[in-house]
Design a protein around this ligand. Structure first.
Ligand code: ADP
Length: 655
């Protein structure tokens, strides 16, 4: 109650009074009100309207006071009585405590467990209140602190504020709560700072601090980052290097390709010239026998010679020219096979002496025609049997002997077969090897020394008039050389103009057991019972080929019956209606080709599916032969064929 103004102010616990029951109220000389309650004494400043409580912790006899027990004496001292006696004091003595109280961190917790400095492996080297900080792993990153001001009168009344530098942006007002907790802290350096106030609300400005270092997990450690950075750097460097190398490589490739292109261009131009020369030679070579064939057959038709001698001469000319023509075509085919790398060498047993014998007997006729003596000699040291490719040996010998006869006008041609002095040793697995040397010596026109090396070149002849004078394509020796090369052998020539030449070949062969059959390749019908009374389906679209086959079959097989189908589809229809002992199948035909027809026949749901089928084709490349076999054919007769070959193949198929 303000006596001057008459104002009444109602003050309760809401305004800060410790208790609503007040026993005594005294005003001191400064106008402040002192009130005794059951919860100590409260001082009220009417100007600031602030309370300050005093309790047992300030030295009161008890927190409980009694009514009527209070007074103010003449000196201005105040007296209050309570349940344990009384307190009296000069209100002037009770000044504010302006000294701040120090604060200490009393304990540190990690993962809800106290961190004790004495524990083994403890991050604290001193008790928490003496420690300046600690370092803990990332796995222990849940941390809390307890702290206290170093004034023990009324601990529960002290207030605190704290801040974790590196985490809290501002100071946190903790009230009277004396702990702070942090969960899931990131790795890094932190400083925990805490301050407290004293009994009179004076804050300690310094406070205390605690350094907290949380180590990064291994995957965020510096060295790992460094390693990653290094790896990244390495990769970048590698990338740059690879790029550079690639660039260089590209540049080099471009250069190489450019160089290759220009040489390829030159080569193409050169090969174009060679091709032109080749075509010129070929057309000449082909036209020469063709001329004989066309001329002689015209003469035969026109004159119809009744004299058997004349007729035979005409027909012989036609036959010889045809053989010649076939030889040329075969040479070209051989060379193209060699060039394409499609020629495979056989490895079979054969008798080398027999091969030479065969070659001589075939060539004897031609030699005799020219009045030459053709002889051969096989050295005793030459083994009975060797392993290798007999066909190619025969081909080479035929070629050399053929040339020798061609380029010799009088005298002799002699072939010698012996074992080369130098034994060429092949791979160990092949067993014992010998070098077989054959020398073809003639007494012919000879070759000039400066032309010797060139005779093995494609389309090359020792003298430019040789084609005109002797015929020939200039391919024979090229083929010989390639064939011998492929077998690991050598070919050479010694010659003197006007005296003669000697061609020497040397080929390594493994020793083996002769398969005389292969050596001879004979298909003679003599040792077999004759074929008769066969029913044959001839599938062929070319009328002339049909004619040739019919004539040969009629001649070779008594009572043969031949049906002709012009394509695969017709053949299939005819096979459904009739039964045949054999089918001769052309490969390239309209409507349905030979491969397809064969597959269709093999798929028939009757016994007719097993009818033997022989391919008859002018396609003689190994791949095509294989294709015939794959389609289900039983054999292969290359066109043009000789009667013995045709009959031999039929005999084998119908057996
Ligand atoms: P072609 O005989 O078809 O012309 P070749 O390659 O077999 O082709 O021979 C090439 C050339 O080598 C012949 O044209 C000829 O000039 C020469 N030549 C080959 N063999 C003999 C030989 N025995 N005597 C003389 N010259 C030969």
């Amino acid at each position: 109650f303000d006596t001057r103004t008459g104002d009444v102010e109602r003050i309760t616990t809401k305004n800060g009074l410790p208790n609503d029951v007040v026993y005594g109220v005294l005003a001191d000389n400064d106008g402040r009100l002192w009130m005794s309650t059951n919860k100590g004494i409260a001082r009220y400043d009417r100007k600031t309207k602030a309370f300050r409580d005093f309790t047992v912790s300030d030295g009161l006899q008890s927190n409980e006071f009694n009514r009527y027990a209070y007074c103010k004496d003449a000196k201005g001292w105040l007296w209050f009585g309570g349940v344990n006696g009384f307190n009296y004091f000069d209100p002037h003595d009770l000044v504010e405590d302006s000294t701040a109280v120090p604060i200490r961190i009393t304990s540190v917790y990690s993962m809800n467990k106290p961190v004790l400095f004495g524990d083994p492996g403890s991050p604290l080297s001193k008790p928490a209140y003496l420690s300046s900080g600690m370092t803990i792993p990332h796995s222990a990153n849940m941390v809390s602190f307890s702290f206290a001001t170093m004034e023990f009168g009324a601990p529960s009344l002290h207030r605190y504020m704290y801040k974790l530098e590196g985490f809290d942006p501002d100071w946190v007002d903790a009230g009277t709560n004396n702990s702070a907790a942090y969960t899931n802290l990131d790795p890094g350096m932190y400083t925990f700072r805490v301050r407290g106030d004293n009994r009179d609300g004076i804050w300690d400005t310094v406070g205390t601090s605690f350094r907290l270092e949380i180590l990064p997990p291994w995957w965020r450690t510096g060295w790992l980052y460094a390693l990653c950075a290094l790896a990244l750097g390495g990769m970048v460097l590698l990338y740059i290097r690879v790029q550079r190398r690639q660039k260089k490589f590209l540049e080099r490739t471009v250069q190489e390709r450019t160089a290759q292109l220009s040489t390829a261009k030159e080569r193409a131009e050169k090969s174009e010239q060679v091709k032109q020369q080749f075509l010129a030679n070929m057309s000449h070579e082909i036209r020469t026998p063709m001329n004989a064939i066309v001329g002689m057959s015209n003469a035969l038709r026109r004159d119809a010679p009744t004299d058997p001698g004349t007729r035979e001469r005409y027909v012989d000319a036609i036959a010889n020219s045809s053989e010649n023509l076939l030889g040329i075509v075969n040479e070209i085919l051989d060379l193209s096979k060699i060039e394409a790398g499609r020629l495979e060498m056989e490895k079979v047993g054969f008798a080398p002496g027999k091969i030479l014998e065969d070659v001589i007997s075939v060539m004897q006729y031609r030699a005799k025609e020219k009045g030459l003596v053709l002889s051969s000699r096989v050295d005793d040291a030459v083994p009975e049997a060797l392993i290798g490719d007999p066909t190619r040996l025969r081909q080479v010998l035929m070629n050399l002997v053929g040339n020798a006869i061609k380029f010799t006008e009088k005298g002799s041609v002699e072939v010698n077969m012996e074992v080369a002095a130098t034994v060429s040793v092949g791979d160990a697995a092949a067993g014992e090897m010998i070098g077989l040397r054959c020398t073809v010596t003639d007494t012919g026109i000879g070759i000039a020394p400066d032309r010797l090396a060139r005779v093995f070149d494609e389309f090359m002849q020792a003298e430019s008039d040789h084609t005109r004078r002797f015929g020939g394509t200039g391919l024979g020796l090229t083929i010989c050389q390639r064939l011998i090369d492929m077998q690991g052998g050598t070919i050479g020539v010694e010659s003197e103009v006007g005296k003669g030449s000697a061609f020497i070949i040397k080929i390594p062969y493994a020793l083996g057991v002769a398969d005389v059959e292969i050596g001879r390749r004979s298909v003679g019908a003599d040792d077999h019972p004759p074929l008769r009374n066969l029913r044959i389906l001839l599938v062929e679209d070319n009328k002339l080929n049909v004619m040739v086959a019919q004539v040969e079959l009629d001649n070779a097989i008594p009572d043969v019956r031949i049906d002709v189908a012009a394509n695969g589809q017709l053949a299939l229809d005819m096979l459904q209606a009739n039964t045949y002992d054999l089918i001769l199948m052309d490969v390239q035909m309209p409507v349905m080709d030979g491969y397809e027809a064969t597959r269709a026949i093999r798929a028939l749901p009757s016994i007719k599916a097993l009818t033997p089928i022989l391919a008859m084709t002018a396609n003689v490349l190994q791949a095509e032969v294989q294709q015939c076999m794959d389609a289900g054919m039983d054999g292969f007769i290359p066109k043009p064929f000789k009667q013995e070959v045709l009959v031999g193949a039929i005999r084998k198929a119908v057996r």
